[in-house]
Design a protein around this ligand. Structure first.
Ligand code: PEP
Length: 250
């Protein structure tokens, strides 16, 4: 009942030439009737061209962030309406790199989530603990805090048209993925946290795992009952590898 979903976060990688090659590879290799839903999230500046290249394919387009404001004097920012205008369907909010490097706090992430929904974009809300927090036994507490900051302002119904990504910070770009059991434990906790507000929404919301997923470990992680796919960073930059990860989705 939850359609598996794999999203590629290209981060600040690529060029017009490299993107065209990557998208061509994905389009050639993606089965026409794939049961998995797939999206790619290129940098802002390449979204429009990616939308053109992906047109009429089954691969959706997402952005890596959005401004929380709708319009105005916000130099360097990109609004959710602009993302919608160039063909995005998804937008990542609260990625740990945005939280850590650009000091995006829970309140700002919640405002970005609302800004995305106001434009009918599907937010991919990232939550996850640092290594220090895990070692202190704070994983559930941190993830709950990040999740509830959004649920409190957006309401649980908003999760009916959103995606959650559990991304332990210590697993992102490190080559050290969470074990399937570690991922399952936190995914179950996230689903229960949403379920405390609305059981139906909790049963339907897709929760992706992100953090050093590659073709070699994807199937095992995706086989866990509360893992509905993945948010893939580094391994989404090579068509063959990303296609293998998509094929590993349940
Ligand atoms: C990410 O940045 O969302 C991510 C999961 O990165 P990686 O797959 O490279 O760990």
């Amino acid at each position: 009942m939850r359609r598996p979903f794999i999203a590629g976060n290209w981060k600040m990688h690529g060029s017009r030439t490299e993107n065209a090659e990557l998208i061509e590879g994905l389009l050639l290799g993606m089965p026409a009737e794939a049961s998995v839903e797939v999206a790619v999230c290129p940098p802002f500046v390449y979204l429009w061209e990616a939308a053109r290249l992906l047109k009429s394919s089954s691969i959706a387009l997402g952005a890596q962030s959005t401004c929380a404001e709708a319009v105005g004097a916000f130099t360097g920012e990109v609004s959710a309406a602009m993302l919608k205008d160039v063909g995005c369907q998804y937008v990542i909010v609260g990625h740990s790199e945005r939280r850590a490097l650009y000091k995006e706090d829970d309140a700002l992430v919640a405002r970005k989530f609302l800004a995305a929904r106001a434009q009918d974009l599907t937010p991919i809300l990232c939550v996850g603990e640092t290594l220090e927090e895990r070692e202190q036994g704070l994983t559930d507490q941190v993830v709950s805090r990040q999740l509830n900051a959004v649920l409190d302002v957006a309401g649980v119904a908003a999760m009916g048209t959103a995606v959650i990504a559990y991304e332990p910070v210590w697993a992102i770009g490190t080559g050290k993925n969470a074990t399937p059991q570690q991922a399952q434990e936190v995914h179950a906790h996230i689903r229960a946290e949403v379920g405390a507000r609305d059981a139906n929404i909790a049963a339907g919301v897709r929760i992706l795992y992100g953090g050093s997923v590659k073709a070699a470990n994807a199937r095992e992680i995706f086989s866990m009952p509360d893992v509905d796919g993945g948010l893939i960073g580094g391994a989404s930059l090579a068509a063959d590898e990303f296609l293998k990860i998509c094929a590993a989705a349940p």
